[in-house]
Design a protein. Structure first.
Length: 607
């Protein structure tokens, strides 16, 4: 291992130990406050830790001061973490009144169990830990949430207290700042404040678009449609409802069954479509195809439904009804390279336009792959070459591809440094066979096309939610629901304000005229809160001179301008889809371990 990696590894391990140890310190404090508490598990997670407790009363954030001050005393006390190995019988005796620990002991396969002690606290624990509690000075408790024991709804509901812990005060402060920023930018909060979208219990997990949000959504969709037209895609529009048979033919049914809404009607089982792939295969098979038609690029913006568990729903980032910028490319084997190069150019154009950073990751043949090894090899070679030719670093996940083909995933990094899996370029050698698709090759033989499933944004709902947070609600002018507002200072200027407004509207600009008899300061603040890109104030002087006084959301005062000049500027920005806002970056953490992954890993290990 190179020295650098080793040092990095060591630092990472140290954070892991600090976080794990801070979880024990919190449990020590909780036992001081509630000697009868039952303890479940307390692992380190990304950026921090949690511990699950069964307590005599509900904990709230009001309790955090007391827990934290007890934790600080334990840190000051500088207790030593000591490791011991006990027989299971010893452990069972010690944890006799700790039912969850007893269950964990039973799940451990070794004859002995590992124990860590600090001060008065003893835990069943694989470690590792720091040596002294004074290493854990920089922590903060963040929230408390319900969590079922073993993640199982039939088991008792426990209280999970989350905290964050870092090596230095600076790291902690920076992380807390990032959390504040994330809260400020939260798309659920901004979605409500900016009247973009909402939710209703009568259709749980699906978005109710308000007029302003719907404008943004349509702009996004329109962009993708244009991009596809430029790249010679054709678009189809298929039904929402299918006989289950379609999905059984696709060979993905096992995977999608539990996430698909189904119902019985006329003694048939119908499904709300969870994906576009199978019905696009039907389109290909509607007539005899020739190699001259390939690559055939078929786009589809249909509504999809997935029956996500209520607990998994999260604002607009995970919803039950959504739409993708989805397309399927039918091509010959030797066309894969060119198609992938074109797709990467489309991805680049899109992400650059929005000021988003992204990484590409290649996933290759898994053990349970299906199909012809030679086809796999040559396809993987083409994908890798396309990635290499791009000249940017990329990651390879060996053996992580789907059984039906290798893929390139787009990992997007937002302005808070969080990582999202958005678009994908997924090769498929199986689905065209399942649907018996063929085309006539130049030598008159019948060949099976390769299918490329591809999306640049993925779910548009989720992509939009990411954009709301990325821009903190201050969209570039082309995407903003209201692009300009004209504000007369007194009634005297109303006619002129409307004249300017109508002139903008005629140019296709989304403009409002705010002629309410409110105070000027109030009106300006309101439009600032709404993050309107252009504010045009008109008073007597402006009417006289035939000008407007311009304020830009992202750039402050611009002075007086002729209305036609402002109009042309906006029209030009919209045509170019200019990125005319500053994207502030608060990149902090790069690790992307999901807390649930760590949690279940810990549980599997029996700790
Ligand atoms: Zn532990
Ligand atoms: Zn597909």
């Amino acid at each position: 291992m190179p020295a650098n990696d080793e040092a990095r590894q060591k630092r990472a391990d140290e954070l892991y130990r600090i976080r794990h140890s801070t979880a024990h310190i919190m449990a020590t404090a909780i036992l001081e406050m509630f000697p009868d508490a039952s303890l479940a598990i307390g692992p380190p997670i990304k950026d921090g830790f949690y511990y699950d407790f069964d307590l005599p009363r509900p904990i709230s954030t009001d309790d955090f001061d007391e827990i934290e001050s007890r934790m600080k005393n334990i840190v000051k006390d500088n207790q030593r973490f000591e490791h011991e190995t006990w027989s299971k019988d010893e452990a069972r005796e010690f944890f006799a009144d700790q039912p969850f620990k007893l269950e964990l002991i039973d799940r451990i396969e070794d004859p002995d169990v590992s124990i860590y002690k600090n001060g008065p606290f003893t835990d069943l624990c694989a470690g590792p830990h720091v040596r002294y509690t004074k290493k854990c000075k920089h922590f903060k408790l963040l929230k408390v949430a319900g969590a079922y024991w073993k993640g199982d709804e039939n088991e008792p509901m426990l209280q999970r207290i989350y905290g964050t812990a870092w090596k230095t005060r600076d790291d902690l402060d920076r992380h807390l700042h990032m959390l504040e920023e994330a809260k400020r930018r939260d798309h659920r909060k901004l979605g409500k404040e900016l009247e973009l979208f909402g939710f209703d219990r009568l259709s749980p997990g699906s978005i109710f678009w308000r007029p302003k949000g719907w404008i943004c959504y349509r702009q996004l969709k329109e962009y993708f449609r244009e991009l596809e037209e430029q790249n010679r895609y054709i678009e189809i529009f298929n039904p929402l409802l299918y006989n289950k048979e379609l999905y059984e033919t696709s060979n993905r049914w096992d995977h999608y069954r539990e996430h698909t809404f189904q119902f019985e009607q006329n003694e048939q089982t119908y499904c709300l479509k969870p994906m576009n792939c199978p019905d696009t295969m039907l389109f290909f098979s509607t007539k005899k195809r020739s190699y001259r038609e390939l690559p055939l690029r078929v786009a589809e913006f249909d509504v999809l439904h997935r029956n996500e568990l209520a607990g998994a729903l999260s604002g607009a980032t995970r919803v039950r009804q959504f739409m993708q910028d989805d397309a399927h490319i039918f091509c010959a084997e030797e066309q894969i390279y060119d198609e992938v190069v074109t797709l990467m150019a489309m991805i680049d154009e899109t992400y650059q336009m929005l000021g988003l950073h992204y990484d590409l990751e290649l996933s290759t043949r898994p053990d349970d792959f299906m199909g012809d090894v030679e086809l796999w090899d040559s396809a993987e070679e083409m994908l890798e070459k396309a990635l290499e030719d791009r000249g940017e670093p990329f990651r390879i996940h060996e053996g992580d591809g789907a059984f039906y083909g290798p893929k390139i995933d787009i990992q997007l990094r937002d302005s808070l440094g969080r990582s999202w899996q958005c678009g994908t370029i997924q090769l498929d050698f199986q689905m065209p066979r399942r649907f018996e698709l063929t085309y006539t090759a130049s030598d008159n033989s019948e060949q099976t096309p390769v299918v490329i499933h591809r999306a640049i944004a993925g779910s548009l709902e989720r992509f939009f939610a990411i954009l709301v947070e990325h821009f903190a609600g201050a969209f570039p002018t082309w995407l903003a629901p209201v692009q300009a507002v004209v504000i007369p200072i007194t009634d005297e200027e109303n006619d002129y304000a409307w004249e300017v407004g109508n002139m903008f509207r005629d140019a296709g600009i989304r403009v409002e005229v705010d002629d309410r008899t409110e105070k000027m300061g109030y009106k300006i603040r309101e439009h600032e809160t709404a993050k309107v890109p252009y504010m045009l104030v008109v008073g007597g002087r402006e009417v006289e001179a035939g000008t407007v006084s311009v304020r830009i959301y992202s750039g402050g005062r611009r002075g007086t301008m002729k209305p036609a000049e402002v109009r042309d500027e906006i029209v030009e920005k919209v045509a170019e889809r200019a990125l005319d806002v500053e994207v502030e970056e608060t990149v902090l953490t790069s690790a992307t371990v999901e807390e649930d992954e760590v949690g279940s890993d810990m549980e599997e290990r029996g700790y």
